[in-house]
Design a protein around this ligand. Structure first.
Ligand SMILES: [Zn+2]
Length: 260
């Protein structure tokens, strides 16, 4: 928490989890494709570092990621991006046998209205909602299961402390509208895209846009690095993200060779 005052950026709870795990581990964890040096802060291969594109934006909502240990170390994990954007972010590694008391305290904290984001068809209908109540006393806290679908279902079934929470189920028309607007190609939205949609439902429009664009920029840096293509920082996604990045517009002008 002391870091928060010193840095204009959010403290990234996923990065903290990774660092903790790395310290605990006796042998270094090797992520797939780890031969190329990766930036410690954004996990992208150094030549395609994303750090200059980290947005700064206000959000009333908070996000809590429930992750598997494996997910924390995946360079492709997108929960990390959410924690870069949303100031009030929390992350916990799920365990079937142990419950983290800090997670229970967070769920019980009266300043938050927690919503567990999960498909409604797997839940008793009376628990399901499709809207986010914008309440002046409580701020929304979106709990996202940042894991594979099989793991997410297991986490859902075997975490009794989630039993009393309302389930936020994103309607198919909202999902497809989001997919169209952001020209997302994959059939299933990743965790960062789901979070962007939740932020939009909660009235956190700027944070939603910043996260959507940040995810697109991340995907581009990540894939270009993977395919050994030169870095292009003049794409439409970079232009969309630039207003949220302190140095974004300057970087774009420098890279594209245009003057202000
Ligand atoms: Zn970086």
């Amino acid at each position: 928490m002391t870091l928060r005052a010193a840095s204009p950026f959010a403290v990234n709870a996923v990065a903290c989890l990774r660092d903790e795990r790395e310290e605990e581990s006796t042998k270094p964890y090797l992520a797939r494709g780890s031969r190329a040096p990766r930036c410690h802060d954004c996990r992208v291969i150094e030549s395609h570092c994303l750090c200059a594109w980290r947005p700064q934006v206000q959000a009333r909502s908070a996000v809590c990621l429930i992750m598997t240990a494996k997910e924390v170390f995946k360079p492709s994990n997108t929960g990390w991006l959410i924690a870069d954007v949303v100031q009030d972010n929390f992350a916990f590694i799920w365990s079937r046998t142990e419950t983290n008391p800090q997670l229970l305290a967070l769920l019980a904290d009266p300043q938050w209205q927690p919503y567990l984001v999960f498909p409604g068809e797997y839940v008793e209908p009376e628990r399901v909602t499709h809207e986010v109540q914008v309440d002046s006393r409580k701020r929304p806290l979106f709990i996202l299961l940042d894991a594979t679908w099989t793991e997410a279902r297991k986490i859902f079934r075997k975490s009794p402390y989630f039993d009393g929470l309302p389930i936020l189920s994103l309607l198919p028309e909202k999902l497809s509208r989001y997919r169209l607007r952001r020209s997302t190609r994959s059939e299933h939205l990743c965790t960062a895209e789901v979070a962007a949609l939740c932020l939009e439902l909660a009235g956190d429009g700027p944070a939603s846009s910043a996260l959507g664009a940040y995810f697109d920029v991340f995907s581009q840096h990540y894939l270009d690095a993977k395919h050994q293509l030169p870095l292009d920082e003049t794409t439409a996604a970079h232009a969309e993200l630039a207003p949220f990045v302190p140095q974004g517009a300057i970087t774009m002008q420098a890279r594209s060779g245009t003057a202000a």
